[in-house]
Design a binder for this molecule. Structure first.
Ligand SMILES: [Zn+2]
Length: 385
């Protein structure tokens, strides 16, 4: 489907249908220029125009409907204008489905020594060649437009943790001024959307003020940012409880950079619709598998003679064909097939988890699903042979 497609029923912006609710949890349907997305959804991270080690056919086969691209990495290499000349990010990386891009702000802010923040925006030096770049709210929107992102994120400052209330307020208020500038710069068209990002640290009053400010500007969706930065799951859930009731019911909600499977289950119960995280891919490269019995480290010597699959109930191509002993061998030998096979399993696991959550919401049994999930995770891995 081309970027100029006009999905039925969307006059401007993104479509979002709420199909079912179970408690605070929602089962929905996002409609973008490059196709629909069932929510709650997990967005697989394709940092530099690739989900590391996976072809896009393999990503699609895992059940992924939408992926995330990192503006910071793409703007530096191969460069925004080059990707635009080559037909946009979908064509460049051979992914015909929806793409959400981040604003680049998170990576730039984390450069510490190399960046300078002002009211205008952020000025930074590339970690690749030291060249100086400017990222303003207007430029961040322009870059994502050139990449042809279905969902564009506003430039914001991810407030560090810990931060005092005063620091969190100053940071949040500047992010809200930047959000308004992003809205003005955004080229509104059918199937494409701009998401605002709620900030405010761990302070409920600031989170509510941020949500109100964003709703006053008006966005296609609302993200919760500044979490999963070291505050822990309990505080993260408290912030969600204090924030989500203040977001509009009829627009998608995205929890950025989250998370572990248990984070996702708890956040879905609190009303989040979209997630992204590097965990399934990054862990897949280091030998850590996510399974319904918790996480499993394939480097552990207990697997070296184990002929069983990683998870006998997993439908993924890795579990259908390969033994734990073989996966262990690949990681011990540093063979590239190890990260490929394990990433593939982890992507399936995350998508299976999301499919299970969606079915549970449809059937009004999400609390039972969450209880079963927690019990299985606590039970631990298969006993050693
Ligand atoms: Zn598997």
């Amino acid at each position: 489907m081309s970027g100029s497609a006009n999905p039925a029923g969307i006059s401007a912006g993104l479509g979002f249908d709420l199909l079912a609710e179970d408690g605070k949890a929602r089962r929905g349907h996002l409609i973008t220029a490059h196709g629909p997305v069932k929510t709650p959804a997990f967005m697989t991270v394709g940092t530099a125009g690739t989900v590391k080690g996976m072809t896009t056919e393999q990503v699609r086969a895992s059940g992924a409907e939408i992926i995330l691209g990192n503006t910071y990495h793409l703007m530096l290499r191969p460069g925004t204008e080059r990707i635009a000349r080559l037909g946009g990010l979908h064509r460049f990386m051979n992914w015909s489905g929806p793409i959400l891009t981040d604003s680049g702000g998170y990576q730039v802010m984390s450069l510490q020594e190399l960046r300078r923040i002002s009211e205008e925006g952020v000025s930074f030096r590339s970690h690749l060649d030291g060249e100086r770049h400017e990222l303003t709210p207007e430029r961040a929107v322009e870059i994502q437009d050139k990449l042809d992102a279905d969902i564009t994120m506003v430039l914001d400052e991810c407030t560090p943790f810990p931060a005092t209330e005063e620091e969190a307020r100053d940071s949040m208020e500047r992010s809200m001024r930047w959000a308004a500038r992003c809205r003005d710069a955004f080229n509104r068209r059918p199937g494409y959307g701009l998401f605002g990002i709620v900030q405010g640290g761990i302070y409920p009053a600031l989170r509510q003020a941020s949500a109100a400010a964003l709703m006053g500007i008006g966005f296609d969706g609302y993200a919760v940012g500044g979490l999963a930065v070291g505050e822990g799951q309990e505080i993260m859930f408290q912030v969600l409880d204090a924030t989500i009731p203040h977001l509009p019911r009829d627009r998608p909600r995205y929890l950025m950079g989250v998370g572990k499977p248990s984070d996702i289950v708890g956040a879905v119960q609190r009303g989040i619709d979209m997630f992204d995280c590097v965990l399934p891919t990054r862990s897949g490269r280091t030998g850590q598998a996510f399974t319904r019995r918790g996480s499993v480290n394939l480097r552990n010597a207990r697997h070296q003679d184990d002929p069983r699959p990683l998870d006998p109930d997993c439908p993924c191509p890795t579990c259908s064909a390969y033994a734990r002993a073989y996966l262990h061998h690949l990681f011990k030998s540093k063979e590239m097939l190890g990260p490929i096979l394990l990433t593939r399993h982890n992507l399936y696991y995350y998508q299976e988890l999301m499919a299970g959550l969606r079915r549970a919401i449809e059937d009004q049994r999400l609390d039972d699903f969450a209880a079963d999930f927690a019990e299985q995770q606590a039970g631990g891995d298969l006993p050693a042979l």
